[in-house]
Design a protein around this ligand. Structure first.
Ligand code: SAH
Ligand code: DHB
Ligand code: MG
Length: 221
């Protein structure tokens, strides 16, 4: 499902709200060899604004790709702030590291390679300082486990954002036979039952079609 006006509205608003940005444009250009699934420009700006709103000093991202969303969020960090981004694929991580360095963020942003569930276990074993913001945007079938880990790596007041929960409406398909849709369905059920968080889901349209974010404010961790 797609309406050309969704793209036109994204173009119109970003034209007014996002000045030319060589580092972000170069990051997209050098990500052309990768799947075209980074957050859109308006979504990146939204994540940036969320991070600024909560004065995030420590950010965790699950799913780096070419580093486009990492650059948007990394730019929200104060001096000395830190973003750790987890990526399965070494080649994608290399592209991301180059893009992040070109944006001048290599001092603040670190890409860790490996299955995110392993990297998350390592962060917990290391008793990593709690993250203020977690952005979950990797393989959708593992979203429930990523969310549990995100809560455990948070503090009261942390914000968790999950991309791609609506999946062009597939979220409501009860017999989807799609492990990724199923992952998102289990995630929303889990969020509804988790008394440690207060949740919201918001649908979106735009250049990436019809999708949506799940958000959770952590109350206790
Ligand atoms: N957040 C990025 C887009 C991420 S796309 C942006 O908006 O710019 C999803 C990424 O998750 C892909 O690069 C994929 O390789 C990665 N991924 C998939 N399965 C993973 C896993 N098990 N562990 C870590 N990363 C994974
Ligand atoms: C896909 C993954 C994403 O994170 C996204 O935002 C859009 C599409 C995908 O795997 O198809
Ligand atoms: Mg996504």
């Amino acid at each position: 499902m797609h309406d050309d006006r969704w793209d036109a509205v994204d173009a119109y608003t970003t034209g007014l709200l996002q000045p030319a940005d060589p580092a972000l444009e170069a990051a997209l250009k050098d990500s052309a060899v990768l799947p075209n699934i980074a957050v859109s420009a308006p979504q990146g700006q939204f994540l940036h604004l969320l991070a600024r709103t909560i004065s995030a000093r420590r950010i965790l991202e699950i799913g780096t790709l070419g580093g486009y969303s990492a650059i948007w969020m990394g730019r929200a960090l104060p001096e000395g702030g830190r973003l750790i981004s987890l990526e399965l694929d070494e080649r994608r991580a290399e592209v991301a590291r180059r893009n992040i360095a070109r944006a001048g963020l290599d001092g603040n942003v670190e890409v860790r390679v490996g299955p995110a569930l392993d990297s998350l276990a390592q962060l917990r074993a290391d008793q990593a300082e709690a993250f203020d913001l977690v952005f979950i945007d990797a393989d959708k079938r593992n979203a429930p486990e990523y969310f549990s880990n995100a809560v455990d790596l948070s503090h009261p007041g942390s914000l968790i954002v999950v991309d791609n929960v609506v999946r062009q409406g597939k979220l409501i398909e009860t017999q989807s036979n799609d492990p990724d849709t199923d992952g998102m369905r289990r995630l929303i059920e889990q969020m509804g039952a988790d008394r440690r968080i207060t949740p919201a889901v918001i649908q979106t349209v735009g250049v990436k079609g019809w999708d949506g974010f799940a958000l959770a404010l952590v109350l206790e961790s």
